[in-house]
Design a protein around this ligand. Sequence first.
Ligand code: BTN
Length: 287
Amino acid sequence: MSGFISRLERLATVDSTQRVVRERLEASEPEVVVVVADVQTAGRGRLGRSWQSPSGAALLVSVGLRPIWLGPRHAWRLPATVALAMLDAAEEVAGLREGELWLKWPNDLVATDREGRLLKLAGVLGETLPGPGGRLAGACIGIGVDVDWAATDFPPHLAASMTSLREVSAGRPVDREQLLQAWLDRLEPRYEALREGRFDAADWSRRQVTTGREVEVEAGGSLVCGLAEGVDPESGALLVRAEGDGSIVAVGSGDVTRCRLAPAGPSPRHPAAGSRPGDERGRAGGL
Ligand code: BTN
């Protein structure tokens, strides 16, 4: 175990790794606390949703951090950092080409199927512990990665929108332990950079599959529809050019429920968009 991690707990079954990590932080455990489970009985997703995975088929892990040096307005960079580290780790461990996996704003990991639809591979949940003077006392960032599910094992209501590393790597077995280690190896330098005030906004922005696409975003009870022009490196918001008046709407938190190539073609701000997948409906994740 590297000096980056103060405690790594492996649990067979737990309600939620998020709950355990929060308890460790509340008990004054120093960072970085890592909790991994084979099974969660009450896994939590973003926006109050649940998170389900069959036994032993997913990497279910939470990290407990003490980013007291991070301004609360940049707390969104923690789940983004976790997602970027996993994107790189997953591509390597599953033998995928760099850039084969994408982020769907804010931090879902997605791949594409043969028809070009976006399929969710992993979701990230960020929760913070408030400290004195409005600072962050701690953060619990959890990620669930579908590693070894066969398409036929997905619950029917998720089968059309989810995938696993095994599916995207054409059946190649992917080892959860290797993925965990590869992710921690990548998380350490990214987290240390964040501590020094450096967030790789360019990477986070470049890997957003939403950029240059027509999106529908459910945000705070209303629906924002328009062309996703990019993400704001300061606030982490999704920038959508609204249908109708053409104004730019900055969506701070929400759920991209539809994402398809813009009719006018690739966005000049995101040249790769023209070669990217076509149409998708699904779930999203983030702080
Ligand atoms: C989402 O996409 O809605 C976020 C899903 C986050 C799931 C992970 S699994 C490990 C950690 N423990 C939880 O209860 N949730 C996160």
